[in-house]
Design a protein around this ligand. Structure first.
Ligand SMILES: [Zn+2]
Length: 106
């Protein structure tokens, strides 16, 4: 059995009564608030009208992050092979510097 709250309605200034969608207690309708939740990058009403005790803040983990855009592909790409750029003698030896580093043609 749920606990019910009594409200006192003024006959001179009547206010509507409503039930909290979460705890089922009775409040004045203007005391209930719309509960918001993340849908994508913005918050939307999740359809619940709740009292301030039952109100949950929108959870950041429900927020969807937009991934960054893919890089724009290069038109007519060229494969750069380090081995094909080596300078080779007629006998097939790789030309090197005095320090032993291989020489490339670019
Ligand atoms: Zn409530």
């Amino acid at each position: 059995m749920t606990a019910r709250r009594r409200i006192h309605v003024s006959p001179r200034n009547p206010r509507a009564a409503a039930q909290c969608d979460r705890c089922c207690r009775i409040f004045f309708h203007d005391q209930l608030v719309k509960e918001m939740a993340y849908r994508g990058d913005r918050t939307v009403w999740n359809g619940l009208m709740v009292c301030r005790h039952c109100l949950d803040a929108p959870q950041p983990q429900d927020r969807r992050r937009q991934p960054g855009r893919d890089p724009i592909p290069v038109q007519n790409p060229r494969f750069q092979d380090q081995e094909s750029n080596l300078l080779i003698t007629q006998s097939g030896d790789v030309l090197t510097t005095d320090g032993g580093d291989a020489l490339t043609w670019w």
